[in-house]
Design a protein around this ligand. Structure first.
Ligand code: SF4
Length: 439
């Protein structure tokens, strides 16, 4: 007797993931788990037995993309069970459950149950198939009390992995739905996360991006600290590079910055959300810092890591951002020694406190402000990259197909390219001299 399932009995899953790195990490873990349990991902042209949509709800456009993905999957795989998870599923479970083709909507607290629920659903569908009865009877389960931390680690490519260390947020910024969608701040234990990093090293992974919703808040549920976490991860043999995906400026302590500067594997690379360079707007947003604190953090990074890449998130057109406040914000951002901006346009979200702020920015004005900041970002990024032309830096090379140029990132996050013919460098770190800067 063999336990290997025949081609007939193998079940296949299609995945669609929208949103942030956290969702990608979670889908990747789910895919590995289901594959180990006999449900393999579809190859091109195959029909799926189950479709899993991991959704995002950061803006109204994100919600719309989720609905489009569900409709598309239902058209392409009419007999498949459709399961919807993620932030949009948590916020609008009933609405999604009413969509054609959707069988199951699971909220954040149910994320850990997804594999078991999929097996149940597929078994029920298989039972009904000979009778010809349809099984599109939707169920939505999304409880408000979200406490469980579901560990996740995804393979971005062979060189880079995304390790989720924390989930949820306790901050309640006025424009943000994350605390409603993902629940209160919680985290994995340092021991469990080190074990996951060791597993990445065993699989040959060289770089880990530490992800979470508010990762500086790490340790609420285990009594540990973010600094202790990164110190423990730094000791994992085989992992050559760590990057911190994004950390709130008020939680990025000088101690963390100084420790990263002398660590073995933490790269000179920070991503810090500013959101607005106007103190009045920061207050309206209920952020936990002011522009003076933000400037101090950037300066501290520059003192101890002069070559560090500093990426900064900014939101334009939030309610209350008058033309004067935007101008003030622009001047502040321009004065910072940072490497790149990630510009987001404010989107109204139901249930947020921002809706009580009277001043609304028109879509045209939002667009114009966004364009100005994008141009500023391009200027800053070019200046940052130009600084390193003619210098030598270590690069981790990513997988490239035969005949294709090799690409990789320097320690300080400058994307570099080598002409074709160097595929042997795949997943290795070499020092190279940066010769030219091409936009
Ligand atoms: S810190 Fe603010 S913006 Fe970030 S997830 Fe928490 S509530 Fe949302």
């Amino acid at each position: 007797m063999s336990n290997i399932p025949s081609e007939e009995t193998i079940q296949r899953a299609a995945y669609v993931t929208l949103g942030c790195k956290l969702n990608f990490a979670e889908t990747s873990t789910l895919r590995d788990q289901l594959e180990a349990e006999g449900i393999r991902p579809i190859s091109e042209g195959e029909m799926a037995d189950v479709c899993i949509v991991n959704t995002c709800s950061v803006t109204e456009t994100a919600d719309q993309k989720c609905r489009q993905a569900i409709n598309r999957l239902h058209r392409q795989h009419p007999n498949a069970a459709i399961i919807v998870i993620g932030c949009y599923a948590q916020l609008k479970a009933g609405e999604i459950a009413r969509m054609e083709g959707v069988d199951l909507v699971l909220g954040m607290e149910q994320k850990g149950e997804v594999p078991a629920r999929i097996h149940e659903l597929l078994a029920r569908k298989a039972e009904l198939r000979p009778t010809g009865a349809a099984c599109h009877e939707s169920v939505a389960v999304a409880t408000k009390d979200i406490r469980t931390f579901v560990p996740s680690c995804s393979r971005g490519d062979r060189t880079r992995y995304f390790l989720k260390v924390q989930d949820g947020c306790n901050y309640y910024c006025t424009y943000c739905t994350i605390p409603i969608a993902r629940g209160r701040s919680r985290n994995g234990s340092i021991a469990s996360l080190v074990a996951q990093a060791e597993e990445v090293a065993r699989q040959g992974g060289k770089e880990i991006v530490i992800t979470g919703v508010n990762i500086g808040d790490f340790g609420r549920t285990t009594g540990e600290t973010f600094l202790q976490l990164i110190q423990a991860l730094d000791r994992v043999e085989g992992i050559e590079r760590y990057r911190i995906s994004s950390i709130e400026p008020n939680l990025l302590t000088d101690e963390i910055i100084e420790w990263c500067a002398q660590s073995r594997a933490f790269m000179p690379h920070f991503h810090v959300p500013l959101q607005s360079g106007s103190d009045a707007v920061l207050r309206l947003m209920h952020r936990h810092y002011d522009t003076a604190l933000f400037r101090a953090k950037v300066e501290r990074i520059r003192e101890v890591m002069p070559d560090a890449f500093i990426g900064v998130d900014v939101i334009v057109g939030t309610r209350g951002e008058t033309a004067e406040y935007f101008e003030e914000a622009y001047q502040f951002i321009d004065s910072l020694d940072i490497s790149q901006l990630h510009v987001f346009s404010y989107s109204e979200r139901p249930g947020t406190k921002a809706l009580d702020i009277p001043h609304v920015v028109t879509p045209q004005e939002k667009h114009a402000r966004s364009q100005r900041l994008i141009a500023l970002s391009e200027r800053k990024h070019s200046a940052f990259c130009q600084r390193f032309v003619g210098t030598e830096r270590p690069v981790l090379w990513e997988h490239a197909r035969e005949g294709q140029p090799m690409q990789g990132f320097t320690d300080n996050y400058v994307r570099v390219e080598l002409p074709a013919g160097h595929t042997a460098l795949d997943n290795t770190i070499t020092r190279i001299t940066l010769t030219d800067f091409v936009r």
